[in-house]
Write a protein that binds this ligand. Sequence first.
Ligand SMILES: Nc1nc2c(ncn2[C@@H]2O[C@H](COP(=O)(O)OP(=O)(O)OP(=O)(O)O)[C@@H](O)[C@H]2O)c(=O)[nH]1
Ligand SMILES: [Mg+2]
Length: 460
Amino acid sequence: MTFRDTIAAIATPPGIGGVGLIRVSGPAAEGIAQRLFRPLPPGNFLSHHLYHGRIISPTTGAILDEVLVALLQGPHSYTGEDTLEISCHGGPLILRTVLEAVFLSGARPAERGEFTQRAFLNNRLDLAQAEAVLDIITAKTRPGLAAAIDCLSGKLSGQVESIRSEMIDLLAGVEAAIDFSEDDGVEETTDEALPRIRKLIDRITALAATHRQGRIYREGIGVVIAGRPNVGKSSLLNRILGEKRAIVTPIPGTTRDFIEESVDIGGIPVRLTDTAGLRLPENTIEKEGIDLVWERLKGADAVLVLLDGSADLTADDRELLVKMISKPMLPVLNKSDLPQRLDEKSLIGLLPEGTPPAIRISAKYGDGLDRLTKALRDLVLATPAVESPEAMIMHLHQKTALENTAAGLARACEALLVTRPPELVALELRDALDALGEITGKTTSEELLDRIFANFCIGK
Ligand SMILES: Nc1nc2c(ncn2[C@@H]2O[C@H](COP(=O)(O)OP(=O)(O)OP(=O)(O)O)[C@@H](O)[C@H]2O)c(=O)[nH]1
Ligand SMILES: [Mg+2]
């Protein structure tokens, strides 16, 4: 696709820095360089060469900045079009001034994500790779970053393509059977196609299941520390953060408000919240605080139920455990440095099946913290902490596309089983192919594309 207009934007973040980059893409890129850059090279600008010189005002000829420029002729550029990169000094005013000169010389301001959108429309990247660009920029954790880099280099696209080519192969078989539908071609197709389709459904379902992990790596999760007063919730928050963030005292009811901090736990971005101790409130202020905790617990992705290992279980502990029955929950017995009174047996019957075993820690001295973070990671990922060699689905619409593909294939299976006409089987297979094409952008609607690129920043 060729665009007639040329877009430009500042590609580096706002603020002061060593260098600020202005990026220009479109047919006017070289003309803009000719107009604004001095001294002009003898002959034309060579592609992929760096030139040192000055940017001048297109109206007065005054020097605006000393710069490095590079012209990257299409298709060998990020967008696939002629691209001009101007490395200026990294100040907001100088960048604005040079950008205005670029606008006066034939470019218009780029929209959010428009460079990447052009790269996509020019087939430099497919949609999954374009989305990975955003995931790389916004990555909060190393595993999330590693998955996004894999995706940009084509890991997910490759898997989707291999599924697609198997489906096209199946479709070709079914369509051939349509031509021979007078004889027994259909049955032969059924015998051969059914196990292949079932295998494909398994593959697609497994890929879709990686979204749970992918979403957590990309967006993170909310974990709430809850327990009765004085069990050491604030001490645990401070211990995990490695700083004295929350007030710790021996007085029950010290924490009144939520204290929320972001922290990386075993590669997962976690919003960790310390809360007021849960008990029968002594006054209205405490009641307000405790009501809010119960509300917050409803929305938590996982709960650390903190108990005092040096004391017997109380009615308040029991109430919390019972109320958390349907939540991903990790029981934690604190104060392991003191003589222990609470043993795991007293929790039997109070914990729903599948709850991980209680972890003993000392928030005060740090014992057991490694086991706690590992157990928390396993709890939220619901899988043991091993890295999968498969691609990871990071976006909900990709998961939906895979589910729709699997559903289409299941309908094709159904149609084959009840020996419906092969035309119908072919129709279902084509539907499934359309659904799959939404991941790489082959069949994605304009509306969804606009929504995806609107999440980018200007200049990317
Ligand atoms: N020995 C020992 N004491 C601890 C441990 N963790 C916390 N404490 C002590 O228990 C008391 C209460 O700790 P906090 O962290 O304030 O407890 P909390 O659950 O936040 O209490 P509230 O904010 O009142 O709900 C303090 O005196 C802490 O020093 C631990 O692992 N071992
Ligand atoms: Mg506290």
